[in-house]
Design a protein around this ligand. Structure first.
Ligand SMILES: Cc1ncc(COP(=O)(O)O)c(C=O)c1O
Length: 457
């Protein structure tokens, strides 16, 4: 196959890092010969500079060996590739985005403007301004039906930093972190960075991608430091109902481990699904439970970088200390924007949900009409996770599809549709479709895929 510049980008940025299992990455080679250009595309590969004089064939730049264990975000890599194609004038329809295509609510923007005008432009308390902590506690208590206090909250630079702080605070060599797959890309990387071992347990489409309590029991060990759940999930959109959360609570009851529940998509559920929180279902676990939440997804505020944890005060204090030694407080203006969003933009979330509910329907119906595709109706978030098992071993133009990465690459080239391969989330032979885009784009994208699949036999 002749590789274009874009192919080189895709394969370097995604393929080798996707297919390498964690065990192999733990023993990664140290000095592979990589040109600076490729290194820039995939910083996971160690940089080795050739000395033209040949007297010293290599001048290796030393980086911490922990970098050999992690990989760049595959979802960001796909989004960047789609952006590069768009910049080259190609009309790409992107189903790879992980953010709402809505404007940030007006009230949040006004909150930010007023903060600037009032001169709230200096350092704040590391964990966040008191009115924001109070607003988060109030909203969280109301929505989750339990009493939550500001002392349990630390505001970070997006839910991502909140999760990173937790990894610094909790994970160390010898620890195991149980992560149900399909998982959000950063959970295993955070564990690996701090020497912990991700223990990935599969979930199954036939069980609505909810973790099987028996599989969880089998994976738990004296080394288990944490179990990480995500509901509704990125990438599957699947959400846990009360009964399945009760079963999980029972499974971990006798194990002294942390339970981290990522509820960043918690407000985005459809068709009257009850998004009950583990903190409500299993109050007895509260001493070792952390809820991760934020403004990014429900308030279309991804760029403002406002996320938070709800954690036992002792852990919240540790996360505050860690953040105090890295970024300190998040941007003061973004904090005022989030405060206004929480206080004044609940109708915005309802509008967002209403629109996403329509798109979810359109996307899932469209995907299920495609030959070789199968997609369950997700309960929440803004992703549809489609099986493409039906395309494996089928061919086009002499090329046989052997995995989801090849199918995603084909769709990008033949249909100019960008999707994220399931392998990025530990779920081969699936593709993730984000429906945070217009109905018109969904229709056009599905139509393009349909045409491209006509050439597959
Ligand atoms: C499951 C999940 N958790 C956390 C995050 C990070 O969110 P934020 O943008 O607030 O850092 C994301 C973003 O894509 C996500 O999908």
């Amino acid at each position: 196959m002749v590789l274009s510049q874009i192919d080189v980008f895709m394969w370097c940025a995604i393929d080798p890092i996707l297919v390498a299992p964690f065990s192999e990455r733990a023993g990664a080679e140290h000095a592979r010969d990589v040109t600076p250009t490729l290194h820039a595309v995939n910083p996971n590969l160690p940089l080795v500079i050739h000395d033209k004089s040949d007297r010293h064939p290599f001048v290796p730049l030393a980086f911490a060996s922990r970098l050999d264990l992690i990989r760049p975000s595959a979802t960001l890599a796909v989004a960047q590739q789609a952006a590069a194609m768009k910049a080259a004038g190609i009309d790409v329809i992107s189903f790879s985005v992980g953010e709402p295509d809505f404007e940030t609510p007006l009230s949040a923007k006004e909150g930010a403007k007023q903060a600037i005008d009032k001169g709230y432009t200096h350092y704040t308390a590391v964990r966040g301004i008191p009115p924001l902590l109070e607003a988060i506690a109030e909203e969280a208590s109301q929505r989750r039906g339990v009493e939550i206090s500001p002392s349990e909250i630390v505001v970070s630079c997006g839910a991502k930093q909140a999760l990173f702080n937790l990894a610094v605070a909790l994970y160390e060599p010898g620890d195991e972190v149980i992560i149900p797959a399909p998982y959000w890309v950063s959970y295993p990387e955070h564990a690996l960075l701090f020497g912990a071992k991700p223990v990935v347990i599969p979930t199954h489409e036939s069980q609505a991608f909810r973790v099987d309590p028996d599989e969880l029991r089998k994976a738990l060990s004296p080394r288990t430091k944490a179990v990480v759940l995500c509901t509704p999930s990125n990438p599957t959109g699947a959400a846990y109902d009360r009964k399945s959360l009760e079963a999980i609570a029972e499974a971990v009851a006798d194990h002294d481990c942390w339970i981290i529940v990522d509820e960043i998509y918690g407000r985005l559920v459809y068709d009257g699904f009850e998004a009950v929180s583990l903190i409500k279902v299993a109050p007895e676990l509260r001493k070792r439970m952390v809820i991760v939440d934020g403004a990014s997804k429900s308030f279309a505020m991804t760029g403002w970088r406002v996320g938070w944890i709800i954690a036992p005060p002792e852990l919240a204090e540790r996360c505050e200390m860690i953040q105090g030694q890295s970024t300190s407080n998040i941007c003061s203006i973004a904090q005022y924007a989030a405060l206004s969003a929480l206080r004044e933009a609940s109708s915005f979330v309802e509008e967002l949900k209403e629109e996403f509910a329509k798109r979810r329907q359109r996307m899932v119906e469209g995907l299920n009409r495609l030959p070789g595709f199968r997609c369950r109706m997700p309960e929440g978030a803004f992703y549809a996770f489609a099986s493409i098992e039906g395309l494996i071993n089928r061919s086009t133009g002499g090329q046989k599809f052997t995995n989801d990465i090849e199918v995603a690459t084909y769709l990008l080239h033949a249909a100019h549709v960008a999707v994220v391969p399931g392998s990025a989330f530990g779920a081969p032979n699936y593709l993730r479709f984000s429906y945070a885009t217009s109905i018109e784009s969904i229709d056009r994208g599905i139509e393009r895929i349909k045409k491209a699949l006509e050439k597959v036999s």
